[in-house]
Every structure is written in C-alpha cells, then in structure tokens.
Design a protein around this ligand. Structure first.
Ligand code: ADP
Ligand code: ZN
Ligand code: ZN
Length: 824
C-alpha cells in the first residue's frame, strides 16, 4: 500500500510513500506520519490512501513512512479537502494550509515518554526490539524514543501502542519543541480488594497511623459522594495529610494512584451588565430566523447576509440558530473579529452553551490551545468561538458557521501564509458540509453586499434596534458633524477637543452618563517637527515617523517597535524648538484630565492592553461605572454594549481617510458607523459627534443619514468603473529584502514572468515601491494584479510564475496575496 503525504513546505503538493505492513492499520487518512525527506525527517499528513496493488517498481523507488504519530487521525477528510482548497485558491503549499489548521506546536513530532508497568513481559521477552526495551525500562523510570534509539533500541509507535493496550507500558505524550504537554493530575482510588464499605471499616480498625486512617476515611467519603477517584490533592486536603501518607498506603497495596488528564481552559469572567428581560424575538429577528431555520431543516447549504443595524439583535439570532444545530447533534463555529475586544459577546455564548463551547484567542497558552483543539476533535466541545483561525477548527459534522462583523479586515491573514480570508473559507466550509453560513454586519463589506444582490447570498435585514419595553424602538443615535475649521475660526478649538464636543461631554458628566471617545492613533504626538529646519525624526529601520509617547518620554516606531529617548534638541540644527504635531490617545486623555479634573478616565489602546486580561479590566471598570469616559483607538468601536453611554465622540474622523487604499472610505464608513452604534443602546437616547476638517466629504452624508444602502451604491459604481472588487479580483504581490536595488530587480523579473503569461484581460500594475517603502530594515515593492471575476486561470498562472522564478535569495521574500486587502 502507498499513501499520499502532505509536508509543511511551500508550494509542493503531496508526496507518495510506501506503508510498511505493520503500519497499515494505523496509517489512516488524516494521520500524521514521520517520513524521510532528503536527509531530514519531517512530520506530514496522510491525505490519501492508494489501496490498489502497486507496481513492484514502487517498492524500489519509494521510501517507506517511518511511523504513525496519532492513535486516531488528527484530521478529518473534510479538513483535508478544505485545506486543499485553501492551498489552491490562495496559492500556497498544501502543507502550509494544513499547518494553519493544527494548533501551534503539534506540527513538530510529539515526544513519547515511556514507562514500564508491573505487568509481566511474558512472550514479549524474546522479541528482538521489545525485549531489550522492556529490560531497559525495568531499570529506568522512563525513556523517550530518542533515548531508546541511542541505546540501539528502535520500536515503532504502533508497536508501543499495542504494548500499552496490553498493559505492559504507559505512554505519556509531550511535544518536542514548544513544550506543550497533555497535563495530568494524580487521582487516588482504593485497590480492588478494598472497594466495599466492609473492607474500609476493617481497614480503619487495622491501620495504626492516624493520618492513614484519615486518608482512608476521606477517600471513602469521596466515594460515598459519588467520586470514587478524587484528585489526590483534594484527598490530602480533606484528610489534612501529606504525600508520605498516601505513598505508604500505596506501598501497602491499599490505594492506587492513577493519572487523569486535565483540560486547561482559560478562566473567563466579565462582570456583564444585567441583561434586559428577554421576552420574544421581535418581528425582524423572527423573520430572519425563519429563513435560517428553513435552510437548516432542509439541510441545504445556504449563505445568509444578516444586515442588521447595531443593536438590532443579531447575536440573539446566532444563538438561536446554533441551539437548533446542536439539538440535532451537529456542531457550530462562531467567528468574531478579535476576541479580547468582545468579552460581552463571548460571555453571552458562554451563558447559553456552557462547557460545550471552546473559546480560542490569541492570548491563550500553547497548552490551553492544544487542549481546546484536541477536545474539539474528540467531540467534547461542540462549539468553537474565536478569531479567524477558528474557521479551521477540527469539528466534525459542522451545521452552522457564523461570521460576526463579517466586514472586519482582521479576518484576512497576511503572515504567515496561507493568506486566507476566514469569511470566504467559512462560506466554502459550509458548502462542503451542506451547512448554513450566516454573515452578520451593520455595514457589510461590498463583496458580501454584491453577493447578496446577485443572489449568491440570501439577504436578511434588521433595520431597527431592539425595542425597549415601554418605549418605541430604541432609535439610532443622532449624528452630527463638528467642523474643526469653523471651530478654529470661532476660537473654539485649542487642542484636540472642540468646545462643542467639550460641552457635550460636560453635560453627560453632570447627568452621570458615560462617554466613549475614539481617536484612532495611539501615543501622544504622531509627529515631532523642528520649527527651525523642518527636521522630522523617522525610524532607522522603517520609512515612518516616530510617535512621541509621553509616559516614558520616548519616541516609538509603530511598525517595528524601536524606541529612543525623546530629543532635547534638533539633531540637525540644534534648535530646541521642537513641536509636537497631532494628537494620539495619550494627548486626548491629558486634555480630558485638564478639562474635567473630577472625571474618571479610562484609556484603551495597544499601550494599555499589553498584559493578559487588560482589556477585560478596562471594560469591566467602565461597565461598573467606575470610569466616566473611555478614550481609545478602534478597540472602543467593537461590540460594546453599555446602557449608560449616551455620547460617542470621534476626535478626528479623517484619520484613515488619507491612506492610499481604495477601501479607505469603506473602512471609514464602517468604523464610524460601528462606533456610533455604541451610543444610546437602551432607554437613554444617544448622540454622536464627528470632528472633521473635511465636513463636505460625501461619506459623512451617508453616515449622518444611517444610509448604508445609499453609501454602498455609490461605492459600487466607483468600484465598477475601475474594476476593483467586488467586480474584479485583486492580487497583491509583495517583494521584500534588505537591499533596495535587489528588491527592485527581483520585483521586475517576477513581474515580467507574470506579464508574459497573463492574457490581455488581466492588468498588471507595477512593480512600484510600496507606500511604506521600508519596514524593519526591509525594502518593500508591490505589484498589483487586477483580473475579471470570470477569469479563473489566475492561480495556475501565479503557481507557474512562482515555479519558474525559483528560490528567492536568503533574506528576500515574495508574498502572493490573493484577494489582498490593505494595499500599502
Ligand atoms: P447586535 O448583535 O445586532 O448588536 P444584540 O444581539 O447584541 O444586537 O442585541 C442588542 C441588545 O438587545 C442586547 O442587550 C440583547 O440582549 C437585547 N436583545 C436582543 N434581542 C432582543 C429581544 N428580542 N428582546 C429583548 N432584548 C433583546
Ligand atoms: Zn532643526
Ligand atoms: Zn521602525
């Protein structure tokens, strides 16, 4: 028999290996295997078994797999197909896509620690490999496979597992490099002869040591309570005894120690506001659910675009659909843009799905991740909630995939490859499973908007907020523009806050209400400039200005993290006249402290949320009412639901609009609509103020009118005219390396190979230096490819170019980014 094995290498597909007879049972599709590859041994994944009788020549040509690493396959057939699709569509190695679906750590071979049990070796003693191993183990507490090999003993895992099931040895698995280990805890139980109450009574009379009696009684107590195998630590605590006592009892053959696996799951608490009493779904929710349920009942693949304004009750729709899916024994995936920022949403899912739900997020330890992954695979969890990588979770029988805030750019991965878009993978995965996919947003991406228009997705609309009992529907907040140029003329603007906004804040503080302020720039001042000669400090390694951070008086590069002390004088002309231009969150916070000395202010940006759970603490504090004003970067725009927030202010609505990205306006519309949605979510009416120097910009007209459809239509016409997505496909190719000259050459040669191969309908723009021309000592060039949606051969051409181009020199990189976003 032979198998096809995928290895973690860029652009190579599957390789064929022979399966030795003794591994034939274990070498299943989805099993990870150890294979020889050149001089190395690599971990790969079996993606196919080719069971037909093979040509004899294969046996001479092919190499055999060395071992099977999993007792049960790590991958399902479905994930194998999904990763293959990702590799094809996003032009990367299949093994790279496989790697993205494995928790970090397990791509490296597991290490097995082997211990001998008491069981007699019987007929194994004469086995040429097993015999020496058992004898070796009899004299050592444990051994690893590597350690055994050094002794000249080589027993394949498959055989080890057989010995384990025969009870001769125990195998404890750990991972080789990143130290992920399954965690075990010691538990105690009575030896078989003492597992009845009579025997325990006799024991307590016979035993002389008081501590020993206490342990026996404690253990008997646990057994009576229905826990015959409690944790050793619990027994010791109840008996007020120490390990020496239990050791004595084990030696006497009265107790047994067993090891049980512990599941590490991060503790997740968040003091949520009490929920408004939930009566029944309102009409639009009911209508949306009816359609989703119909698709679920028919067990047909269908993608819904749930376009619901902020606070319209989308999350409740997800929860109801998920309940239905679980009730019939299927599983579900919930994607959220950034889990640390949406503790309230996670909390709501937790409340409904309890220990059936695994939460994945970027701050988890390797061990926590590994455990979550294994138990998603084993079926102990039936729901996963997490950021983009959760779309690759190893759940079987997926019935529903939800992508909340589907327009969020964080769903697209850039580094490392695969550069996939989790929303699009979600739709594909739902399709492969005949499942339902729900994409939710108050401001859908134009891609999804168009798919809904053309009938590829089913549009569900919830245009109103959830009505508050006793009130008419909680209306969307009033949005007004504060024209900064005008304010300045009227001498009503001295720092970052206009007097208009300040007065509005003051009102809220007097009424005991809360305020959220958005300034999408962290630090104190984004630019330092010498007033004499115009010098501006720029990072040594990146072509961006250094941002001044006041707390430690340092300049910091936001691209590479390099810092230096704030300049006392201009290094060029020695002038001390350095001005601090622009305002980051720190400066706004300082201004607020000056104007509102009695107010409690919380700041949330990358600098205040570095530590684990920092987000929670800040939001918790704000939620309890211990802070009056929350100022932050776009972090404050996401999914927060605080009923006392009646004012949202945007310090500069123009940040982001200047970026040379065709999606800049779309992003601005999304961000401002989203942050506006934080205001007036309950009985109290909300107000939103957008400060801008550009009040005439058309994007504001639509934001003010809460007119998503109108905005989308204008954008669509523009995109259509220039063949931009969603009408055309965009592929970005990034060239990086330490010498600009060579990067330029590399970019031109690569682009030439491409131009030679593409038909006339495909436009190739560039190569050109990127907008941020240098990052972390690496020069960056871009080529942008625009192709009609109907042209399907692009990926094959890209693969041909990559192949023809061959290896890049050391330190130089080419990154192909299909459906690129953020091109600058
Ligand atoms: P979205 O996800 O669209 O922003 P949510 O699902 O968070 O909206 O709903 C907003 C608020 O309204 C939440 O506090 C939620 O518990 C509540 N809510 C949702 N649906 C209903 C309903 N039918 N009746 C009462 N309250 C509801
Ligand atoms: Zn100067
Ligand atoms: Zn830098």
């Amino acid at each position: 028999m032979t198998v096809r094995v995928v290895l973690p290498l860029p652009l190579d597909q599957a390789f064929t290996y022979l399966v030795p007879e003794d591994l034939a049972g274990e070498a299943q599709v989805g099993s990870r295997v150890l294979v020889p590859f050149g001089p190395r041994r690599l971990t790969g994944l079996i993606v196919e078994r080719t069971d037909e009788a093979d040509a004899l020549s294969d046996y001479f040509r092919l190499k055999p797999i060395l071992d099977v690493l999993d007792a049960a396959p790590a991958f399902t057939g479905e994930l194998i197909r999904l990763t293959q699709w990702i590799a094809n569509y996003y032009v990367c190695g299949w093994g790279e896509a496989v790697k993205a679906a494995l928790p970090s750590g397990v791509d490296i071979a597991e290490k097995h620690h082997i211990r001998r049990t008491e069981a007699p070796a019987v007929f194994w003693e004469d086995h040429p490999d097993v015999g020496p191993m058992l004898r070796y183990l009899d004299h050592h507490t444990e051994a690893t496979l590597g350690g055994l090999r050094q002794q000249g003993i080589d027993v394949p895992l498959v055989l080890l597992r057989r010995l384990e099931s025969d009870g001769l040895i125990t195998i404890v698995k750990a991972l080789k490099k990143p130290k992920v280990r399954i965690k075990y805890e010691k538990h105690l139980r009575f030896a078989p002869a003492f597992r009845n109450t009579g025997a325990v009574k006799d024991l307590t009379k016979q035993l002389r040591g008081l501590k020993q009696v206490a342990v026996v009684e404690a253990l008997a107590g646990f057994a009576l309570e229905g826990h015959p195998e409690p944790r050793k630590a619990d027994v010791l605590e109840r008996a007020q005894a120490a390990t020496t006592t239990t050791n004595r009892l084990v030696e006497k053959g009265i107790l047994e120690v067993i090891e049980k696996e512990v599941i590490r799951a991060p503790v997740y608490t968040f003091a949520a506001e009490p929920q408004a009493p939930f009566r029944a779904f309102h009409r639009a929710q009911r209508a949306a659910l009816d359609q989703i349920h119909a698709a679920l009942d028919a067990r047909r693949f269908e993608t819904f675009l749930l376009h619901g304004v902020t606070g319209s009750g989308k999350t409740e729709v997800y929860i109801a659909a998920l309940k239905k899916v679980l009730a019939r024994g299927q599983t579900g995936i919930i994607l959220v843009p950034e889990i640390a920022l949406t503790p309230q949403t996670v909390q709501r899912f937790r409340r409904h799905f309890g220990d059936k739900i695994a939460v994945l997020h970027s701050r988890m330890s390797l061990g926590e991740r590994y455990d979550a992954w294994r138990h998603l695979r084993s079926g102990r969890y039936s729901v996963v909630i997490g950021p983009r990588s959760a779309v690759l979770a190893p759940l079987s029988n997926v019935g529903l995939i939800v992508v909340d805030e589907e327009h969020e750019p964080s769903y697209k991965q850039f580094d490392p490859s695969p550069r996939y878009h989790a929303r699009d993978v979600a739709v594909m995965r739902a399709r492969m499973n005949g499942a339902v996919c729900v994409l939710g947003s108050a401001t859908p991406s134009l891609e999804s908007f168009r798919n809904a228009r053309t009938g590829k997705y089913t549009l569900l609309e919830m245009p109103e907020r959830v009505p508050v009992p006793g009130h008419a529907a909680a209306p969307l907040p009033d949005i007004e523009i504060v024209d900064l140029t005008l304010e300045r003329k009227k001498h009503r603007l001295h720092g970052a806050l206009s007097e208009t906004l300040r007065e509005a804040i003051e009102q809220r503080l007097m009424r005991g209400e809360q305020v959220i302020l958005l300034q999408n720039r962290r630090g104190y001042a984004p630019v330092i400039e010498c007033q004499e000669c115009g010098f501006v400090p720029v990072c040594f390694d990146c072509s961006v200005t250094m941002t001044y951070h006041k707390p430690r008086r340092r300049l910091r590069c936001h691209y590479c993290g390099r810092t230096q002390r704030m300049l006392a004088a201009c290094p060029k002309c020695d002038s001390k006249d350095l001005s601090q231009l622009g305002a980051g969150t720190q400066r706004v916070e300082e201004e607020l402290e000056r104007h509102f000395p009695g107010a409690a202010i919380a700041r949330m940006d990358l600098d205040t949320t570095g530590r684990k759970n920092a987000h929670h603490k800040i939001l918790d504090r704000f939620g309890r009412g211990d802070a009056d004003i929350l100022i932050g970067t776009q972090m404050v725009a996401k999914g927060l639901d605080f009923s006392r927030v009646t004012l949202v202010g945007v310090i500069s609505a123009d940040v982001g609009m200047q970026l040379p990205d065709f999606r800049a306006e779309e992003r601005t519309f999304q961000l401002l609509t989203q942050v506006a949605g934080r205001a007036g979510r309950a009985e109290l009416r909300g107000e939103v103020m957008l400060q801008t120097r550009n009040p005439k910009h058309p994007v504001f007209r639509y934001i003010l009118a809460h007119d998503y459809d109108g905005f989308a239509q204008v954008m669509m016409d523009e995109r259509n005219a220039f063949d931009y997505p969603p009408f055309g496909r965009i592929v970005g190719v990034e060239f990086r390396g330490p010498e600009e000259e060579l990067v330029d050459q590399m970019a031109r040669r690569w682009t030439k190979l491409l131009t030679e191969r593409v038909p006339g309908v495909v436009q190739v723009l560039g190569p050109e230096p990127a907008f941020v021309g240098r990052v972390k000592k690496q020069y960056r060039y871009h080529t942008i490819i625009k192709a009609p949606k109907t042209f399907t051969g692009l990926q094959d051409i890209l693969r041909a170019v990559i192949k023809k181009f061959g290896n890049t020199p050391r330190g130089y990189h080419v990154a192909v980014d299909v459906d690129a976003i953020g091109l600058f």
